[in-house]
Design a protein around this ligand. Structure first.
Ligand SMILES: Nc1ncnc2c1ncn2[C@@H]1O[C@H](COP(=O)(O)OP(=O)(O)O)[C@@H](O)[C@H]1O
Ligand SMILES: [Mg+2]
Length: 305
């Protein structure tokens, strides 16, 4: 594997279950050190893509390469370069937390990494639980253990499939903080999530999957800018709001007129356009478009196709 090459390249990937096409000709490439979010509704095909990357499923067409190599051809090398946190929690209940991490390191030919294991136990809040049998852990703790396990061998690419589904908000926040730390250390991260607000904050780029097709891919900021509008509320003195006319006007409620404007239209231009007397304007509130707005639009356009 050549760690200077793209951490992950998916080329014309097709995965069928019987006659059902779950992944339909998907291609995208990750950049080194980025956080890439794979977003899409339930059943869109996200886990199927990840399953092909980790060789749990065999692609029907196309291929995935990790740092320039197909993991089908170099399975152990691939496993040593990637950390994988599956959507479902799978663990051997009768081992202790620390044993799981030691054994898993051994599987991946990583010995004498006690320091790393202790660091991860501490960093993920598992230290007090290290001698407990895995079966006795809560769901959140089992999820933390899966993340520790995915990192014991110092992988260069981390795959997180819905790491925060069903996890309380505190753990969610601390996990995302940890992911940012990993990125700062140079890790490339592919994640799937339902939490679009978090994806907006975390992901350098996102791809939107719907019915197995990659509908859109691009830098998170660019997608928001291209696909959403700003919402502007102008608050007027007395009943001035009622007289407002503008092609951008959405509605008027009491003293407030609400507009949706393109990202490149300035607020000054809007105020000139609505032709209001400035002395009657009391306040301006702006709310920027979000990744969720862009996501809803992409899915809406996808359904019309
Ligand atoms: N092993 C399987 N056998 C048959 N159908 C499957 C299998 N795994 C997933 N599917 C189907 O493929 C589609 C995509 O599933 P999945 O990749 O899990 O989506 P996501 O992770 O985006 O929710 C769904 O309709 C799902 O029911
Ligand atoms: Mg899934």
């Amino acid at each position: 594997m050549d760690v200077k090459k793209s951490p992950l390249k998916i080329s014309n990937l097709v995965k069928r279950y019987g006659s059902y096409t779950a992944v339909d000709n998907v291609s995208f490439e990750m950049k080194p050190g980025e956080i890439f979010g794979l977003l899409g509704p339930n059943g869109a095909g996200k886990t199927s893509i990840i399953s092909c990357i980790v060789t749990l499923q065999k692609p029907d067409e196309g291929e995935c390469t990790i740092f320039g190599q197909n993991p089908m051809d170099h399975p152990l090398d691939a496993k040593m370069h990637l950390g994988y946190v599956p959507q479902e929690i799978i663990n051997h209940g009768y081992f202790t937390v620390e044993e799981i991490l030691v054994f898993h390191s051994g599987f991946l030919k990583t010995w004498n990494n006690k320091e790393k294991i202790h660091y991860l136990l501490n960093r993920l809040g598992l230290w007090e639980h290290r001698n407990k049998k895995v079966k006795a852990l809560s769901g959140g703790m089992k999820r933390r253990l899966l993340i520790a396990k995915a990192l014991v061998h110092d992988p260069k690419l981390l795959l997180l499939d819905e790491p925060t589904a069903g996890v309380d908000i505190e753990l969610r926040n601390s996990l995302w903080e940890f992911v940012m730390e990993l990125k700062a250390e140079g890790m490339s991260v592919l994640l799937t999530t339902h939490y679009l607000e978090e994806a907006e904050q975390l992901c350098d780029r996102v791809g939107v999957i719907q019915q197995g097709k990659l509908r859109k891919v691009g830098p998170t900021k660019d997608l928001i800018e291209q696909l959403t509008q700003r919402q502007v509320s102008l608050i007027f003195r007395g009943d001035c709001a009622n007289g407002i006319k503008s092609k951008y006007l959405v509605d008027v409620e009491d003293d407030t007129a609400r507009f949706l404007i393109p990202q490149d239209l300035g607020i000054g231009e809007l105020i000139t356009e609505v032709d209001c007397e400035i002395k009657n304007l009391l306040d301006i509130r702006i709310s920027e478009g979000s990744l969720e707005d862009a996501f809803v639009r992409i899915l809406g356009e996808g359904r019309d196709q």
